[in-house]
Design a protein around this ligand. Structure first.
Ligand code: ATP
Ligand code: MG
Length: 359
């Protein structure tokens, strides 16, 4: 079977380091591995509207930002299909049919949706569209017959919901039309859910605690220097804590052995730095400077590519347009198969006509 990837991001803001370690970096590696025949990368504008319906301008503006982020990290439009969700109406149709396969109670149990509802303070006024977005995600994934979905940990309940819909669909409609997908999580534990610069559990556009891929060197430095560390580590000589210390979490995500020789040759491994910090005598500023060098090194080629693409915005929209056309062809083929399986093919079903012909 051909291996296929579908994944994407909501255009609710520019993409950040959490997206990078949680998903983007992996996508580029998978793309360049040559193992996947089809790679679909979706800008989920329709999903973004489920909790930004009153701010369509924000969603519109961020389509370009996300596209630039994609191209900057090295997603290659010649290999990966970059497309915009709302332009593929087949996805909406699939969502409508899948809605019959999911109960309200099941949707309300989704832990990610639950915490997002709390965060957005919806209380009892939860938009139906928002509650249903895991169903529309199932439509996105299955429309492209994706078997692999590279995502951060917060997306696991969505993949599980998709798998349930696929099983139920195939069971009821009696055909192996849909493919059960698998989530592909980052190998590195800390990358599954990178915390925000404020130490909160998740770096997230909605929480305003992000280092963006498009931040300048100065912006990154400012954010790193004011990052949350260990509140009990008051004096340099005090013993410090590593657990819950965001600077060390980021080092776990980004630091590689060669960084010591390049930026901090007093140490030869991260363990050594950690030991010193825990013992006392190592100040936050030094560790933050080290992290700053590493993060900026990682972001430099991304910034350079972004600069190039920014010179040709028309070209970027052309990439999206072509990708969207390609994606639409695939989705409409799946939709036809789904409708056939559901017996919604009245006009081209010869049997239906012949069985009522006078004998
Ligand atoms: P929003 O606040 O609008 O939901 P977000 O920052 O959560 O935005 P999404 O577009 O919802 O970003 O997520 C896109 C992808 O990035 C998903 O696969 C998600 O798991 C991953 N991701 C987002 N934030 C992080 C993070 N802090 N650590 C690891 N992965 C992340
Ligand atoms: Mg999110």
């Amino acid at each position: 079977m051909e291996k296929t990837i579908l994944t994407g991001d909501r255009p609710t803001g520019r993409l950040h380091l959490g997206h990078y370690v949680g998903s983007l970096k992996r996508r580029v590696e998978l793309q360049n591995s040559g193992e996947y025949k089809n790679i679909f990368i979706m800008i989920a504008d329709a999903q973004a509207l489920t909790d930004n319906f009153d701010n369509p301008e924000k969603v519109r503006q961020n389509i370009l930002e996300v596209a630039l982020d994609y191209l900057s990290v090295g997603l290659d439009p010649k290999i990966s299909t970059l497309f915009i969700q709302s332009q593929i109406t087949e996805l909406t149709e699939l969502t409508f049919y899948y809605m019959n396969l999911v109960t309200l109670a099941r949707l309300q149990l989704n832990p990610t949706v639950k915490s997002e509802i709390q965060l957005r303070n919806f209380k009892t006024s939860i938009p139906v569209g928002f509650l249903c977005y895991p169903i529309s995600q199932a439509a996105d994934i299955t429309a492209f017959k994706a078997d692999t979905v590279p995502v951060g940990e917060d997306q696991l309940p969505m993949i599980e919901q998709t798998r349930e819909i696929v099983r139920k669909f195939n069971h009821i409609y009696g055909e192996e039309v849909l493919i059960e997908p698998k989530a592909l999580l980052p190998d590195n534990q800390v990358c599954m859910r990178l915390p925000g610069t404020d130490g909160k559990a998740k770096m997230s556009k909605s929480l305003g605690n992000c280092i963006y891929l498009s931040d300048t060197q100065e912006e990154v430095q400012k954010k790193i220097m004011s990052m949350y560390t260990d509140p009990t580590h008051l004096k340099v000589s005090d013993p410090g804590h590593i657990e819950g210390n965001t600077v060390f979490t980021y080092l776990d995500a980004f630091c590689r052995p060669e960084h010591f020789e390049k930026y901090w040759n007093e140490y030869s491994s991260l363990d050594e730095v950690k030991e010193h910090y825990q013992r006392g005598g190592l100040g936050d500023v030094k560790v933050k400077r080290f992290l700053n060098s590493i993060v900026n090194e990682e972001l430099e080629p991304i910034r350079a590519r972004r600069k190039e693409y920014e010179k040709d915005i028309e070209g970027v929209y052309e990439i999206l347009k072509e990708g969207t056309q390609r994606a639409k062809e695939v989705a409409s083929k799946t939709l036809m198969e789904v409708k056939n399986a559901m017996k919604l093919n009245y006009f081209d079903n010869k049997e239906l006509i012949t069985e009522r012909l006078p004998k």
